[in-house]
Design a protein around this ligand. Structure first.
Ligand SMILES: [Zn+2]
Length: 324
């Protein structure tokens, strides 16, 4: 069959488990969607709500002899658009139950109530020194998500059947507050989502209504990953499979410790708000969306330092200024 858009590469991960790499309009280029043919037929992550992603996922499913109504369960690693985006559409077409960690469900209103979330996010960034035009371009982000209506909570420690084995539900916060992982102890395999990635470090950001110390959370997650020491991990981007997880976790920890040192030195040099400090950690010119990630990541580092007592902050004319 010749089609204009060729179907995405399908990787057989063993047993009834497959990984499809679905195109996304983000620098990572693709996101991993796992497909398990064993009952209940399951997707892990959904990719993003764009026509291209939907078509690619339909192509991957049909290569495995599946159509939307065959999907019985959807597990979402975290609620970012590139992982959760198609959940509502899949729920509607299949009636599948959409399952996420309890901590993700608590934040899911961000998509289902975007009109409340957006002004709150603008106020949040303004309080950290961002210019007024900082919120421009947000409408697109909302279009990337079609929220599911009925969400089923998963709890850490619970086990779920997948590909003929029992997988343990893990909570791996940092990149997202409610980030889920699945661990199979016999094969030492981790379904990691974006909790760890080869080539790029997962964005660790502080956002409105998020947990107070995402970097502290992430250091704990990296410790957990080192202790698990998986033989292999299925990852959200640049995979679908990576090895050397424990070593990568150590390197990423090291990277964030260096960033903390840089930030501490900058705050000691002179008091500044997070928007200004973001140019210390991310000096190069970035598009608005990139700068937003940079400010959120800078804030995660600044708050880690502040909560540890290394720096402080005070409200000056409605803007939080960090000082040593
Ligand atoms: Zn992602």
């Amino acid at each position: 069959m010749t089609t204009a858009a060729h179907p995405p590469a399908l990787h057989h991960l063993g047993g009834t488990l497959y990984a499809a790499q679905i195109p996304i309009p983000l620098p990572m280029k693709t996101v991993t969607v796992l497909i398990d043919l064993a009952p209940p037929v399951t997707l892990i992550d959904t990719s993003i709500h764009t026509p291209e992603a939907q078509q690619a996922l339909e192509g991957a499913l049909s290569e495995l002899g599946l159509h939307w109504p065959d999907i019985e369960r959807v597990i979402v690693t975290h609620i970012h658009p590139d992982h959760y985006g198609l959940a509502g559409l899949i729920e509607e077409r299949s009636g599948a139950s959409v399952q996420l960690l309890e901590q993700s469900i608590q934040q899911e209103w961000l998509w289902s109530d975007w009109n409340t979330h957006l002004p709150a996010q603008h106020r949040f960034f303004a309080e950290h020194g961002a210019p007024p035009e900082f919120g421009v371009g947000e409408a697109q982000t909302a279009e990337w998500v079609r929220p599911a209506v009925r969400l089923m909570p998963l709890l850490e420690g619970q086990s779920v059947p997948l590909s003929g084995a029992e997988w343990q539900v893990l909570w791996l916060p940092g990149h997202a507050d409610g980030h889920l992982g699945l661990w199979q102890p016999e094969t030492q395999t981790l379904i990691a989502g974006d909790a760890i990635l080869p080539r790029i470090t997962p964005n660790i950001g502080l956002y409105v209504d998020g947990r107070p110390d995402p970097l502290g959370d992430y250091f704990a997650t990296l410790e957990k990953l080192q202790a698990l020491n998986p033989v292999r991990a299925v990852v959200g981007h640049h995979g679908p499979v990576m090895e050397g997880v424990a070593a990568r976790a150590r390197d990423i920890s090291e990277h964030h410790l260096e960033r903390l040192d840089e930030l501490l030195a900058a705050v000691r040099e002179r008091p500044r708000h997070a928007y200004d400090l973001s140019f210390v950690l991310f000096a190069r010119e970035l598009p608005l969306t990139g700068r937003r990630f940079a400010v959120a990541e800078t804030l995660a580092h600044a708050e880690y330092l502040r909560l540890g007592g290394a720096i402080d902050r005070s409200l000056e004319n409605g803007v939080w200024v960090y000082h040593a």
